[in-house]
Design a protein around this ligand. Structure first.
Ligand SMILES: [Zn+2]
Length: 418
């Protein structure tokens, strides 16, 4: 018997066979996992599988390391914070952090793949702006699962793989951004018969991203008062809220949801700009693709984030008394330098966005110096990793978004035989 059910956020209906689906009654509401066990418990297992009571998987299918949580001295001291915890999702072997893809998307990929395998799904089509691609490429090799990865060529410059010749092929879209890659992935999914990963709708994706909070609370023994993270699709933030609700249901970790402090990179900050006006709808002018060219964090450049949907980022901010931040490129670089100087490890620009938002919150006195704060460093240690092992350039098949269905079918055949 399954240890969880999947429920609609809006009407509460329990769904069967809900792989990557929306509720049949409520067109625009996210589904959430309801775990039978209400008490948080770590199982005697390795890595993320210690938390499988609260993950939509039944067995440990392959090894997957967890993030590392520590109480900061260096960065906390610089900010004047008394109780700053850092959940570090990356490669930092001196601290025990062993994610060689250097991103928290590894938790998403591992949970999604394990869940898909249990649902007897043979392969998935995944759209990504970079990190998710690397995580799925790596986990496909680790697990033997099939995946086809779609990325925009504009992101290739920042991309790399751990595998020299990975089992999962990458297809690059020459004339589109991340959002166009999602559209292409949906078409490839229909023509290949392999499901689309589903993005934010996939409960396994969100619960996997929630592992950062699971590990943090396991270490802190309580919920933080404030939680800081950079957002692109919003899935990680929604995941943190959903996971915090489970801890609240347990009762032993505090009686209040952590306030979500979510950050985007200006000038492309559609969720921040909407929330500053308390709007549930994103404004069209804030989605101008030209703005994406100006930001340093392409991985945050999703033009269709899960913001206004029932159970999405807007609701998460409202439920937790949260805030949105906009961070300029120079603030991102400064925060990255400051973090590395204080803690001794490099972090990726998206994590720099979160660190910069924390600096803003302290300067604006949005948080008290004595409150417990959790900073999600969603990626780091890329430079540290290069000292230990080689990484490889991504070698994609390049397509145009004008590709015909026949050409997609031919491409899929050629990928199978190569
Ligand atoms: Zn419903």
């Amino acid at each position: 018997m399954s240890h969880f059910a999947i429920m609609c956020r809006k009407c509460g209906k329990e769904l069967e066979n809900a792989y990557c689906a929306f509720c049949e009654h409520c067109a625009n509401a996210l589904l959430v996992t309801r775990y039978k066990e209400k008490k948080f418990r770590e199982k005697p297992a390795e890595g993320i599988w210690r938390f499988s009571n609260w993950l939509p998987v039944h067995k440990e299918a392959f090894p997957q390391p967890s993030p590392v949580v520590f109480r900061s001295e260096g960065f906390a001291g610089k900010l004047g914070l008394e109780e700053l915890y850092i959940v570090f999702c990356g490669y930092w072997p001196e601290r025990g952090a062993l994610l060689q893809t250097c991103t928290f998307k590894e938790f998403e990929a591992a949970t999604v793949i394990a869940n898909a395998m249990e649902n007897e799904i043979e392969g998935l089509v995944v759209a990504s702006a970079g990190n998710t691609a690397r995580a799925f490429t790596h986990l496909a090799s680790v697990s033997g699962f099939q995946a086809v990865i779609i990325v925009p060529t504009m992101c290739l410059g920042e991309m790399w793989n751990l595998e020299e010749s990975p089992s999962a092929p990458t297809i690059a879209l020459s004339d589109g951004d991340y959002s166009d890659s999602i559209a292409a992935a949906r078409r490839i999914s229909l023509l290949s018969g392999m499901p689309f990963e589903g993005g934010v709708k996939n409960v396994a994706k969100r619960d996997g991203l929630g592992i950062a909070l699971l590990e943090a609370v396991a270490g802190m023994k309580k919920l933080p008062r404030h939680y800081f993270q950079a957002v692109g699709s919003g899935a990680g933030a929604i995941a943190a809220w959903e996971m915090a609700e489970r801890f609240l249901g347990d009762g032993r970790f505090g009686g209040r949801l952590p306030a979500l402090h979510l950050a985007q990179n200006l000038p492309f900050a559609p969720m921040a700009k909407a929330y500053w006006k308390k709007s549930r709808e994103i404004f069209e002018e804030d989605l101008d693709p030209a703005l994406i060219g100006e930001i340093t964090t392409r991985v945050l450049s999703n033009r269709y984030p899960a913001y206004g949907v029932q159970g999405g980022v807007f609701d998460a901010l409202e439920a937790t008394g949260g805030s949105m931040y906009g961070v300029q490129n120079d603030e991102v670089y400064r925060a990255m330098e400051m973090f590395e100087a204080a803690e001794g490890i490099d972090i990726v620009p998206a994590a720099g966005v979160a660190a910069a938002a924390l600096r803003q919150a302290v300067a604006q006195k949005k948080i008290r110096r004595d409150e417990p704060v959790l900073l999600n460093i969603t990626g780091g240690g890329e430079r540290r990793l290069l000292g230990d092992r080689p990484v490889y350039r991504v070698d994609p098949q390049v397509i145009s978004k004008k590709i015909t269905d026949t050409e997609i079918k031919e491409l899929l055949c050629s990928l199978k035989t190569s």
